[in-house]
Design a binder for this molecule. Structure first.
Ligand SMILES: NC(=O)c1ccc[n+]([C@@H]2O[C@H](COP(=O)([O-])OP(=O)(O)OC[C@H]3O[C@@H](n4cnc5c(N)ncnc54)[C@H](O)[C@@H]3O)[C@@H](O)[C@H]2O)c1
Length: 259
């Protein structure tokens, strides 16, 4: 199957692209390299350095004709979304709408969206937070991800586009970007400067946070492109479970965001 992976030079997208290639799929990557890294790209994937909002997006679909789209590209910093909500919405809402439109024009069979559990439910007081918990984002990033999910449902209702929204918790693992949503969990790579200190994660004292390893996110993403079933309206989300971790405050060791 030919799969277009947006954000395929980023943390999660590059691992999923690696796995799709290993499973024998044909992979095309679209990434503007704003936070991604060319070193994460595999030689046997075709790469387009392009912004999601580029006027050439339709041309890319015409040339490549992907059967599935795995949409990982995003402005993924909660803090930046607070500082510049218009930029955030431009990438995360309008960029997603442009991709959905091109997908419909060019007969994509399945559209997978990297949503968020952490930022969508806001300050949820139920843990683990169930899929049907009210979505009450408290950041423009969460609001944009929720809007993108509504666009998915709308494109499904209007055009029958099959989709799933994957509500990741805080993903951590190799290639992790400390400035994105993942920055709340300290990067796995050993840091010599830590000495004997414990690795802690950022957040509010006495609050729980869900996290899951990159391998779990990747495994779920990888199973999705082949699934053709159209979800019933409102049933497109597939939240991923995560391990509970007690938050401790230690702003020095993790990234800047708190999703
Ligand atoms: N990492 C997490 O804990 C986490 C949690 C929940 C949701 N998510 C979502 O998962 C997805 C991947 O996150 P990540 O942690 O791998 O982030 P990342 O920053 O490592 O990857 C995002 C990729 O998108 C690319 N990109 C950004 N804006 C673009 C644009 N306008 N056009 C084209 N490419 C663009 C970047 O260059 C980067 O390669 C994102 O949609 C993010 O919102 C991540």
């Amino acid at each position: 199957m030919k799969v277009l992976v947006t954000g395929g030079a980023g943390f999660i997208g590059s691992h999923v692209a690696d796995r799709l290639l290993a499973d024998g799929h044909d992979v095309v990557i679209l990434d503007d390299l704003s936070t991604g890294n060319v070193e994460h790209l595999q030689a046997n994937a075709r790469f387009y350095q392009m912004d999601l909002r580029s006027p050439w997006i339709d041309e890319l679909f015409r040339i490549e004709r992907p059967e599935a789209v795995l949409h990982q590209a995003a402005q993924a910093s909660v803090r930046r979304s607070v500082d510049d909500p218009v930029f955030d919405a431009g990438v995360n809402v309008l960029g997603t709408a442009a991709l959905l439109q091109a997908s419909v024009h060019h007969g994509v069979r399945r559209f997978l969206f990297a949503s968020t559990g952490g930022a969508l439910y806001g300050d949820a007081d139920v843990t683990p937070t169930p899929e049907d918990y009210p979505t009450l984002p408290v950041s423009p990033y969460g609001a944009a991800k929720l809007s993108a999910e509504v666009y998915l449902r709308t494109f499904n209702a209007l055009h029958g586009l099959s989709y799933a929204a994957l509500r990741y918790a805080n993903v951590y693992g190799p290639r992790q970007n400390p400035h994105g949503e993942a920055g709340v969990v300290a990067i796995e790579r050993p840091r010599p400067q830590l000495g004997g200190r414990r690795l802690l994660q950022r957040g509010h004292r006495h609050r729980n946070r869900h996290q899951h390893h990159l391998r779990d996110a990747e495994a779920t993403d990888r199973k999705q492109p082949a699934r053709g079933a159209r979800p019933a309206p409102g049933r497109g989300a597939a939240p991923l479970g995560g391990r509970r971790a007690e938050d401790r405050e230690d702003p020095g060791l993790a990234g800047e965001d708190d999703a």
